[in-house]
Design a protein around this ligand. Structure first.
Ligand code: RB5
Length: 150
């Protein structure tokens, strides 16, 4: 499995700890930056990760900014992306089971490292439940089509 990961300066430190965490689970990591704590703009990294996912170069993505809010909003602008901002393992599990989130968004200034790792593990270990949830995802895709995103 390949995961693309990207962060702004507010998420840089958490990204650096999540990379070996993912590799420890035999996951190949594509690091889309940023590569230091120098101030940058989160939409750049949201779009980079989102494109790796929708173009099939990564199976899924993780985006991190200070709160996770801005970078999740930006990632969700790319058609086909379902980025879920989570703050607990329970939310991360449901983000996969119900929303089939293909991008997980985290707040580097919000979550302790252990909680962030537990969120990532919960998201990776969960499976999409389909059925009524698939109907709802189809309606999300229809919103993209209706607004000429695709
Ligand atoms: C950057 O200071 C901060 O605004 C950003 O990391 C994020 O929290 C935005 O939503």
């Amino acid at each position: 499995m390949k995961i693309a990961i990207g962060a702004d300066h507010g998420g840089f430190e958490l990204k650096q700890t999540l990379i070996p965490f993912l590799q420890g689970r035999d996951i190949e990591v594509l690091d889309a930056g940023t590569y230091s704590t120098e101030s940058v703009d989160y939409p750049t990294y949201a779009e980079a990760v989102a494109l790796l996912v929708v173009n099939g170069e990564a199976d899924a993505g993780i985006v991190i900014c200070g709160t996770g809010i801005g970078i999740s909003i930006a990632a969700n602008k790319v058609p086909g992306i379902r980025a879920a901002l989570v703050t607990s393992p329970a939310m991360a599990t449901l983000a996969k089971q119900h929303n089939n989130a293909n991008v997980l968004a985290l707040g580097g200034r919000i979550l302790a490292q252990e909680v962030a790792e537990a969120c990532v593990a919960a998201w990776l270990d969960a499976s999409f439940e389909g059925e009524r949830h698939l109907r709802r995802l189809d309606k999300i895709s229809a919103i993209e089509t209706n607004h000429h995103c695709r």
